[in-house]
Design a protein around this ligand. Structure first.
Ligand SMILES: [Zn+2]
Ligand SMILES: [Zn+2]
Length: 407
């Protein structure tokens, strides 16, 4: 373990700023902004960073920003927070309830933003004291929920020159003070599939003169998922599940078209990349066997977030340093999606789950619900954890100076 003990410095920092950070989060919570409309949020963050001498660079659309702390030699570590809210109604009865009808920070991105702001202020102090062995890039990313904000950040050079990236997400099923970690995939890919089949219709008395389209569609519906399960590594958990099917209008008439829609979920990145071509080939072969024409629309979601092992070790070390040895808990891969995955397709990094459940009231909220809320002690926990993560990664990544240069 390299570096120094940060707990005392973080205690002193948070004694002076925790209340203010909670107020900042409540202000964001009262004024949620949807994907690519986070103008006020972006301005609030920029004002606070500028006030301590940092130089934020707002993305061209005016939502989201990037800001570097520290400079000089050494590695560059990025920390990312997402800043957008969701298009749903706030159903909570609290003083900081959303003031915008139909918009709510129901995914905790107000908390992520506040944690990264607190971390930025602490790291700015460290940099001013000459204690930052490298550079930290702060990424306040817009539009995670769309998704696509990560691609916007990357298109504007957000991760160029970055050696490693870290992010976190509120987890309402984990107690505040704890950090959920997992190596390898931690979220899933989720895509949408729409297929259309067509062929000559006719009377059900004479199916041989038609393409017997309903029968062919039924074959596709069952054969496609079955064949897929035999063509990909079962560990990838690639699954095609239908949610809608439509064909025909009368009991004795064979229709000439039909559609089916479903989702493709996948835990593995390689299988995700290969999925569209494979599904297309299987669809054509089944449809061909029954003499129907088939086309498909494949709409990409996000790839799975695949955590790099070394980065997860850094997160675990940081959690132990900042929050104590029992703070790390194992977490499972969820079937949800998260656009942080796009960064990890280019550079190593890891994504952690931050406990936000209050052990006192025993309520387990769920994200993407109008009732979602957090134990605000998670903000200080997050600042301790993210600050220590950045410094741990810088210490681990910094070249060890040869003894001669110390003379
Ligand atoms: Zn969300
Ligand atoms: Zn989220």
């Amino acid at each position: 373990m390299r570096g120094r003990e940060l707990r005392g410095e973080l205690d002193a920092f948070l004694a002076g700023t925790e209340k203010d950070l909670v107020a900042f989060r409540r202000d964001l919570h009262m004024h949620p902004e949807l994907a690519f409309a986070e103008y006020r949020t972006t301005q609030r963050i920029a004002e606070r960073l500028s006030a301590v001498g940092l130089v934020p660079s707002v993305l061209p659309r005016g939502t989201g920003l990037i800001c570097d702390v520290g400079s000089g030699d050494g590695p560059t570590i990025a920390l990312r927070a997402d800043i957008d809210a969701l298009p749903l109604q706030d159903e909570k009865d609290v003083s900081y309830r959303s003031t915008v009808p139909g918009a709510c920070h129901a995914c905790g991105h107000d908390v992520h933003t506040t944690i990264l702001l607190g971390t930025s202020l602490f790291l700015a102090q460290q940099a001013a004291a000459g204690l930052l062995p490298g550079r930290v890039r702060l990424i306040f990313q817009p539009a995670e929920e769309l998704p696509g904000g990560a691609l916007e950040v990357m298109a504007h050079g957000g991760i160029s020159g970055v050696d490693r990236i870290f992010g976190l997400h509120c987890d309402p099923r984990v107690d505040v003070g704890q950090i959920g970690l997992k190596s390898g995939p931690i979220t899933s890919a989720c895509d949408r599939l729409l297929i259309r089949v067509s062929g000559p219709g006719g009377h059900t008395a004479r199916p041989h003169l038609t393409a017997d389209l309903v029968f062919a569609l039924a074959k596709i519906l069952t054969e496609l998922p079955a064949a897929l399960s035999r063509r990909v590594d079962p560990r990838s958990s690639l699954s095609l599940v239908w949610g809608r099917v439509e064909a025909g209008s009368a009991a004795n008439a064979i229709p000439d078209d039909g559609v089916a829609e479903g989702t493709v979920r996948c835990l593995d990145e390689n299988a995700w990349h290969a999925a569209p071509d494979l599904i297309k080939a299987l669809l054509e072969s089944v449809a061909g066997a029954y003499g129907v024409e088939a086309t498909m629309e494949y709409n990409r979601g996000v790839p799975p977030v695949v955590n790099d092992e070394v980065s997860v070790e850094m997160l675990a070390e940081a959690a132990e340093r900042a929050l104590g040895g029992s703070s790390v808990v194992p977490t499972q891969q969820s079937l949800g999606g998260e656009d942080f995955a796009w960064y990890l397709e280019s550079i190593p990094g890891a994504f952690a789950r931050l406990g936000t459940r209050s052990p006192d009231n025993g309520v387990t909220y769920d994200i993407h619900q109008g009732t979602f809320d957090v134990d605000e002690a998670a903000i200080a926990t997050g600042v301790r954890f993210m600050s220590t993560t950045a410094l741990t990664a810088l210490w681990e990544g910094a070249p060890i100076r040869p003894v001669s240069s110390l003379a």
